[in-house]
Design a protein around this ligand. Structure first.
Ligand code: IPM
Ligand code: MG
Length: 361
């Protein structure tokens, strides 16, 4: 089969890690007889440099017309001082909203081989964990009105960001979470701050209503502060965590770190039709950009998610996931997951090792 993929390499380490994901996709394509066509587009800081804006209509159109979008990372200190409406991150937010990617799926699991890189003690981790953060991605304070006004009490300028959620938005992400839990361990934890926020009270009421359609799935609730604590106290208790945009942003970084490195976590951002954008959850890491030392695994696993979620190529996706697992078991490590004294592979060497396994497997 033929698939058209829009590729947004972006900034910082984006180009290096995306190149490895493409290498792996081509390897899988060869093995299974698929052709992946890539159309590279600019977004983020590199687009600011060339076009004066982080996201052009051309990029949006190409991404909308592609079968899927593969993205590296955007942003960096070079663009820290640009006007807030022109920041590189706006490209990411713009693509998410233009493509209607409301469901952000961020799986985090413990790799046996990386147990020593996990910052949590063995006694606490026990048998490990396998959870997925199901983050709402096109609403919340991220997309509320951002503005400034003079405060009324003479306290100076006030920065304001509207936080809001409609029942429609909560219902559709909640349904995704329950559907996902159904084929996993049948447990959803809804994370909010309903003891303080009205947004969260609407969230909780709506999730509770949706749960009635999924009697086979257990539902519990957690306040976000407690959830942050429980993630490091007992991550094994979670299956699917469903939460809003802001809380999901924070909790997914935390979830990634307990796997050993933020360089391991992939993500899928899906719309109502199943179209998606696939990207690592980490950022552009400008401090290590261009050095061929970044970990490409999160992006490679994001490509695997693309095969599974957008192209229905489950066997092909499993082959990638198994290859990653196998190279980790063989002791292959990039700098971020290496322990002191262990040999370290470069970004491209890690990509090569994974391809070798795919060819063999
Ligand atoms: C993420 C990132 C983005 C977010 C930033 C870069 C805007 O942190 O994908 O988690 O906050 O969503
Ligand atoms: Mg984040």
């Amino acid at each position: 089969m033929d698939f058209n993929i829009a590729v947004v390499k972006g900034d910082g380490i984006g180009p290096e890690i995306v190149d490895e994901a493409i290498k792996v996709l081509n390897c899988v394509g060869e093995k299974f007889g698929h052709t992946f066509n890539y159309k590279e587009v600019l977004a983020g800081g590199c687009s600011i440099d060339v076009n004066g804006v982080p996201l052009t209509q051309e990029t949006i159109d190409i991404c909308k017309n592609a079968d899927s979008v593969l993205l590296g990372a955007v942003g960096g200190p070079k663009w820290d001082n640009v006007d807030s409406t022109l920041r590189p991150e706006k490209a990411l937010l713009g693509l998410r909203s233009e493509l209607g990617l409301f469901a952000n799926i961020r799986p985090a699991m413990m790799y046996e081989a990386l147990a020593d890189a996990c910052p949590i003690k063995k006694e606490i981790i026990g048998d490990g964990f396998d959870l997925v953060v199901c983050r709402e991605l096109t609403g919340d304070v991220y997309f509320g009105k951002h503005y400034r006004k003079e405060s009324e009490n003479g306290y100076g300028i006030m920065g304001c960001d509207d936080m809001n959620y409609s029942t429609y938005e909560v219902e559709r992400i909640a349904r995704r979470a329950f559907e996902m839990a159904r084929v996993r361990s049948k447990k959803v934890t809804s994370v909010d701050k309903a003891n303080v926020l009205e947004t969260s009270r609407v969230w909780r009421e709506t999730v509770t209503k949706v749960a009635k359609d999924y009697p086979d799935v257990e539902l519990d609730y957690m306040y976000v502060d407690n959830a942050a604590m429980q993630l490091v106290r007992n991550p094994g208790q979670f299956d699917v965590i469903v939460t809003g945009n802001l809380f999901g942003d924070i909790l997914s970084d935390e979830a990634s770190m307990i796997t050993g490195s933020i360089g391991m976590l992939p993500s899928a951002s899906l719309n109502e039709g199943g179209r998606g954008m696939y990207e690592p959850i980490h950022g552009s890491a400008p401090d290590i950009a261009g050095k061929n030392i970044a970990n490409p695994i999160a992006t490679i696993l994001s490509a695997a998610m693309m095969l599974k979620y957008s192209f229905n190529l489950t066997d092909e996706a499993n082959v990638i996931e198994k290859a990653v697992n196998d190279v980790l078991n063989d002791g292959c490590r990039t700098a971020d997951i290496a322990l002191k004294g262990e040999d370290v592979l470069s970004t491209s060497q890690m990509g090569d090792k994974i391809c070798e396994k795919i060819k063999l497997g």
